[in-house]
Design a protein around this ligand. Sequence first.
Ligand code: NAD
Length: 351
Amino acid sequence: MAAFDNPAFDEHERVVFCADEASGLRAIIAIHSTALGPGAGGCRLWNYESDDAALTDVLRLSQGMSYKNAMAGLNFGGGKAVIIKTRDFSGSDALYEKFGEYVESLNGDYVTAEDVGMTVDIMQTIGRRTKHVSVLPQQEGRAGGDPSPKTSWGIFKGIEAAVRFKLGKESVAGLTVAVQGVGNVGYYLCKYLSSAGAKVIVADLDESRVRRVCDEFAASAASLDEILFQAVDVVAPCALGAVLTEESIPRLRTAIIAGGANNQLALAADGRRLVEADILYAPDYVINAGGIINVSSEYYGDVGDDEVMDLINSIGPRLTQIFEAAAENGTPTNEIADKQAKDIIKAARAT
Ligand code: NAD
């Protein structure tokens, strides 16, 4: 499928195909918008079914980053990269350095960071070839390092806001939350939820990760097929996207969907399906902005850790305002958030 014909293409400013025979690098960098600043967003390392699937993913994710950064009030546009894991993928330093060279060649229009499949070590290797990289190890008193705990904290505050709005409860104590995926984000979310007195049910493809949260946080395990369909107060998708579909939504038994995964709705219309099922949906790119807020402060070096936490804590009130606007006229929360984000980007383009 040609890039321009891809349904996820949204007048992206630039799409760069990166190939290097010597190291085996196959990657795509998509810059959706630089209206508010450099297109910032993580790099995902994934085993895609096809190159088209990788392209669709990077186009959707980079658009989502534009919206996420706009809604978080950051001086960042939207970008994203995917490195395609082929059968003979080496994961060598040479491959990551080559990717760094591609990022550098964009002269700061794209700022890369950690996403699924990446580590701080890999980001450091990429950083040997480009200064446009975030998530390097934390320096004392400054933001930086693995953004996942910050992402999870923002999700936790977002869950509290959703619980207050939908269930009229001031805390998650005594509530049950199903967490799909307990990697970087899911693990810390379980930690914050259980510390606040919530019961946690989890599932992950990696059984050792499930065991860890069961041991550390007295979580219980559900099967991969059933985790989304538990009878719970909140479902928190923290694995991959497109889990909320025409097929899955009628089977949900929760009052709230609020989790960290990007692009949770398979289609924008699934937001309407959630309204019809009386389920409150916290738009993914609003609730999971904690990590990019941390990345922004690291990249610009403008605020310290305390101020970063204040910015992340404001995710709760921002969601409440979206929930209220949505409830006023029955509009799905994802549509309210999309409209607000588009308006911010449009206003920046006009100046
Ligand atoms: P991760 O790779 O550390 O964890 C993802 C986990 O999901 C893994 O343990 C994996 O085994 C599991 N998983 C995959 N498919 C699954 C399935 N079908 N059922 C159950 N478990 C499954 O990634 P992460 O950094 O924790 O990110 C999780 C999600 O949050 C992603 O969608 C990512 O884009 C999004 N996100 C992450 C951050 C961040 O700061 N890391 C920020 C914003 C958004």
